[in-house]
Structure formats: structure tokens, C-alpha cells
Write a protein that binds this ligand. Sequence first.
Ligand code: AMP
Length: 453
Amino acid sequence: MNKKHLDHKCGVFGIMHHPQSLHLTYLGVFALQHRGQEAAGIYGCYSDLAQDPFLMRGIGLVHDVFDKQVLAQTELNHAVGHVRYSTSGSKQSQSVHPLIHEKRFAFCHNGNIPKGDVTRSHGTDSEMLFTKILEGYDPAHPLASLKESLIGVEGAYCLIIMTPEGLCYARDPWGIRPLVLGYVEEAPVVCSETCALDLIGATFTREVEPGEVGFIPFKENRLEVDYLPKSSAMSQKCVFELIYFSRPDSTVFGHGVYETRKELGRLLAKSQPVEADLVMAVPDSGVPASLGYAETSGISWDVGLIRNHYIHRTFIEPTHGVRHLGVKIKHNPIRDVVAGKRLVLVDDSLVRSTTSLKIIKLLKQCGAKEVTLAVSSPPMMWPCFYGVDTPNRDELIAAQMSVEKIRERINADRLVYLPLEDLQEYFGEKYCYACFNGKYKVATEEVTSLLEE
Ligand code: AMP
């Protein structure tokens, strides 16, 4: 199975009718940095199309890609921005978003449109979707033509598109990825997560509905909304957004992310009780679940590992060798906290097992008596085709070996997971659990053919 060119875990941001649009977009994508660290881009324009638009994009972190001086000196009214991560196979600067057409169309996509039956030689899924939307675009009816182009498109997409008429946005009818709407003063803002609204002082108005398409014209500050055909049975919100991907200070799919992760920790402690002296987290993403675990189990909690924040997430390093090195420079145990203790080490997910293997070794070197790895999600056995970057099945450790074999491999004394039934009972039917149970409900035929490749 070849997952090259398929993955886009990204963040999108758009703002209209604000004189500091460029600067606010810079701050917006900065707040969304956790959704993609490979590349970033901003496109901005004036209502007056006689003036040239602004475009800055490149490989790297938000902080490195944008020239702050240029941003500070440029005042324009409307802007869109994007942060992206994709697999190493598609690390070309030309696929950095916003994708641009004839200077006047800027396209930002978060998600993935699985296409099993066509080769990717014509470009990424984003490029193909952009082309489709451009072909159908009607300047007299931007919203209606966008809607028309999206009918029948199966996959995960949150789109923000600047056109010569204004800003269009769309969220797929399954609601796989998050998209929210807010206002800073009178200016409308559409973006992936509420943490970006918070940073720029915008108020959160509502989630963009699954299947909602919207248009905000340059000519006046108003919002036109329409809906793609859908049934409520279609809802397939990504449960992994809540487990790991979104920022804990965001509200996603109506759930406070931090509190949700804490609750998963409580559920884990209920279903997988362990005798131990101390609960600690793999920072940062394991912290909320570890607090929930400690609360329910009554075992005391402490900071047992310090994370160096000045490197990228280890998971996304391109080669196996570098990944190992990354974990080494990323975490260091606090010897006085862990020595002589029976530890429950809580993490939100176990993917390749590289992180836990290294951390458990470090904890034992520092004198930990026993380490139970407690994972606040079920065994991840299937790749995501809807926009979270997960490895192929041959690299997903839970797809390759039993829980007992994984425990042996990572040198843990115990390995416990949150049972899938508990997760499903908590979130209900309207979520996608495909990475845990292999039940792909969107673009099913395409996904099947991708799995067979
Ligand atoms: P691994 O070492 O491959 O088992 O990765 C597990 C760690 O990576 C956990 O600490 C997770 O918080 C984090 N993680 C899980 N999924 C992803 C992802 N899609 N991208 C980046 N990091 C992830």
C-alpha cells in the first residue's frame, strides 16, 4: 500500500473586512502550527482588484516562513492562511498552500480526498479539487457554483478559498475535520480551531456545519450560507482530533478538548486499574489523560519527564534514524521523581511505539521500579485516509503484533489501552473510528482499493 501524496494534516484560516487581516492571519496560522509544521502560506488582497495581491509561502515553521517586517508594513483587507504537513513523498514547495490560480484564486485545504482509482500523476488531491472548483466557478454565483462542484465529492475537506469576488468556505457533509466561525469586531473569521480565534481576540460564534458552504463577498460584509445534500446518518467526525490532534485549549465538535482528554483518562483508570505509586504523562499530549487517570485511581500525579519544546514533533521526522534521535533529545526524566517508583505512564496514543520504547528505557535507567504504559485510546491498527498523517499498516505496531508482544518490545511491565467499546460509548455513533476498527465509511470503494495497493 502506497500512502505517498495522500496525507494532509493541516490548519486553515481566513478573515475578511479587517484592516489588519494580514497580521491577524499570521497570528491565526501561528496558533494552528500544531496542525502542520512542514510548510505555511498566507495570501491577502484588497477589495480593489486593481491592487496586486500579497503572497508569502514556503517550507518551514510559521515563524521562519514569514518576513515579519513585510507583514507589519502591509495593510490589506482580506486574507487566508494555511499550515501543512504531508508525507515525505510530497515535500515539494509547489504544493505548499495557498494554491494560487491566476493571482486571484487562493485555495487552502485541510483533509484528504482518497482516490484509489486514479494515479496521482496529475497532482495531489488538493490540486485536483481546486481544478474542479475552478472549472465550475461562476463569478455571478460563487456560492451556488462552489456547492455544485462539491456535490458528490467524497472525502475529508475543510476549504477556505479566496476568489475575485470574496471568500468561500466549505466543510464536507461528514464533518470529518473541524471548522469554526467567529468574529473579531465586525470581521468574520473562519478557521480550523477555536484556539486561533482566541489568539486574535475573536469571539467564537459557532461550528461550521457539516456540509455547509459559505460566501463572504468583498462588496459588503455579509455571510451567505447554503448546505450540501446530506443525511444525519453520514456524520463521521474524526475521533482522533479529540484524542490527539487538536490543541487542548480548543473546543472541537462541541467538546472542550482538554476536558475530553481528561475524561478519557478517567475512563481508562476505571477500565484498566493498576497498582502503582505515581501517575505521570508523556508530555505534552498525554498530560490531560494522565490527570484524569490520577483523579479516578486516587494515585498521586507528578511531572516525571521534561520535554524540550524547541524541536519538532518526533513523529514527523522523515527517516527512521532521525526519529530515534528525536525522541532522545525530546524527553528527559526527572530522576528524583521516578526513582524507586512503580509508575503509570500515560500517553494519548501508541502509533509506531518509538516514543514509548525510548521513554520506558530512560525511566528504567533512572531507577523506576516498574512501568505500566496506559494509553488513553484503543490500539491503532489502520491508516487514516481522511487527513491525519498515520503510517501504513506495516509500521502501525498494533497492526503487526499482539498487545503482549508490544509490551515485550517496549519493555513495559504492563501495557493497557482504553477499550474501543468505552471510546465508542463515550462519543457515540457520529464519529469515525476507522483508525481503530478499519471501518471506513467515507469514499469506501476508493479506500478499499488504496488498501489493496
Ligand atoms: P509513536 O512513537 O509512533 O508510538 O508515536 C506516539 C506518540 O506520537 C504519542 O506520544 C502521540 O502523542 C504522538 N502521535 C500520535 N499520532 C500522531 C500523529 N498523527 N502525528 C504526530 N504525532 C502523533
